[in-house]
Design a protein around this ligand. Structure first.
Ligand code: T4K
Length: 378
């Protein structure tokens, strides 16, 4: 039987919530120990469990993904200019500016919307200290080529891996690429700690640096090593992470089913482009997002018209992730004048992230797809 228009809006995402009782058991422990934050026992336990799940040796938890980016930039001692993508969430670009550096925008590839590695070298100047690409939607960047360029020019690489929890490349977690990768564990992410984030890195020497930076630069009771802020994850966040990590395999499996259903319904429809990161060689994907591109000419209505109609008529709230793109922000007008990013601009105007979250039923997916296809005018 076909679904009627839902009473409550179907949002682009919804946080995964573990069993309340399991979370409350952790909360009882917090009450018993009188220890709420500042590297408590749950914080340590989550760091250990994440290292083991991800198969990494070095990981630092943070209060959110944005501050993980800022800590990576400060901890690696970057200066001058950092090459990044305009097709991302505001956090990526702002992390560079907030650290007093200049973001330099590199265009993206139409195939997967990640940084176009062929354009990086033309943007390198004597002021460039790093490349900060984004595995947008969990789509892996061309890490081999980016690594090779960075090595040749003596640049650092920080990956914004906010969307990649659970993604593996050639059997290894994707966050092992580059000098540092950062995760976001925000409530809207498939693995979350309410708010939260982490840095993953190869050099064990960075552990102390990052730990100091997240704690006001304080090295120990008598030494303050750096000018740092507060980015510590608290015990309630860590408790949520410990609960959610137990469900990670089922979370990814359910999202895969949802993705396959979208593909079944939308594949081959003129004017709709889907992405298949799970078909790329060596990639195990996490099904974090469900972006599609709407080609106005072939579909008959524009992305903006479709977005508005789904919301107004069908109670389906998709999101324009990521629009506006960085070069279109009011605060980056000057940078925009010196950037050439036509592919990112076109993607920003045609992309629509469709609802995907644990608990979204296949019946609801069918309903969303039917609503989309009903708007088609070609
Ligand atoms: N780098 C990248 C590439 C990122 O995508 C992000 C974050 C970061 C860095 C920074 O990491 P964090 O510092 O955030 O850890 C949301 C998230 O807040 C943000 O974390 C995420 N990217 C971004 C892609 O999505 P908004 O502005 O879209 O959030 P909002 O409030 O509109 O919520 C999105 C949808 O989720 C809405 O439909 C409402 C629903 N929702 C949200 C929350 C918080 C719920 O149903 N329940 C909830 O509790 O940014």
């Amino acid at each position: 039987m076909k679904m009627n228009k839902p009473e409550k809006p179907i949002l682009v995402t919804k946080p995964f919530l573990p069993e309340k009782e399991t979370f409350m058991n952790y909360v009882d422990g917090i009450w018993q120990r009188d220890w709420m934050t500042n590297q408590g026992p749950l914080h340590h336990q989550l760091e250990d469990e994440l290292k083991s799940y991800l198969g990494v040796e070095n990981l630092t938890l943070t209060v959110n993904g944005h501050l993980a980016l800022e800590i990576a930039i400060r901890g690696l001692g970057l200066t001058g200019e950092v090459i990044t993508t305009p097709f991302t969430f505001a956090s990526t670009i702002h992390s560079i500016s907030m650290c007093g550096l200049k973001p330099v925008f590199c265009d993206i590839k139409p195939s997967d919307l990640t940084m176009d590695e062929e354009q990086i070298e033309s943007l390198i100047t004597e002021k460039t200290s790093a490349i900060l690409p984004v595995h947008v939607y969990g789509h892996p960047c061309n890490t081999a080529k980016i690594e090779e360029i960075a090595r040749r020019h003596g640049l650092k690489v920080i990956y914004d891996a906010a969307h990649t929890f659970g993604v593996r490349l050639n059997g290894q977690t994707l966050s092992l690429q580059g000098d540092v990768s950062i995760y976001s564990f925000h409530a809207t992410k498939l693995f979350h700690t309410i708010e939260g984030g982490a840095l993953v890195y190869k050099d064990p020497g960075l552990k102390q640096v990052f730990d100091d930076y997240k704690n006001f630069g304080i090295h120990d009771e008598e030494h303050v090593a750096y000018v740092g802020g507060n980015a510590k994850m608290n015990e309630f966040q860590a408790a949520m992470g410990l609960c959610n990590l137990k469900h990670i395999d089922e979370i990814i499996a359910e999202r895969r089913e949802i993705t396959l259903r979208y593909r079944k319904n939308l594949e081959g429809q003129a004017g709709i482009t889907l992405f298949y990161p799970d078909r790329a060689p060596g990639v195990e994907y996490n099904y974090a997002y469900l972006p599609v591109l709407i080609d106005r000419d072939a579909f008959g209505v524009s992305r903006d018209e479709l977005h508005a109609a789904l919301k107004a008529n069908d109670n389906v709230v998709a999101r324009k992730y990521f629009y506006p793109i960085g070069t279109e922000y009011d605060c980056y007008r000057e940078l925009a004048a010196e950037s050439r990013v036509p592919v990112a601009k076109a993607a920003g105007q045609s992309v629509l992230a469709l609802p995907i979250y644990n608990g979204l039923s296949l019946e609801e997916v069918d309903y969303i797809c039917e609503c989309i296809l009903n708007k088609k005018q070609s």
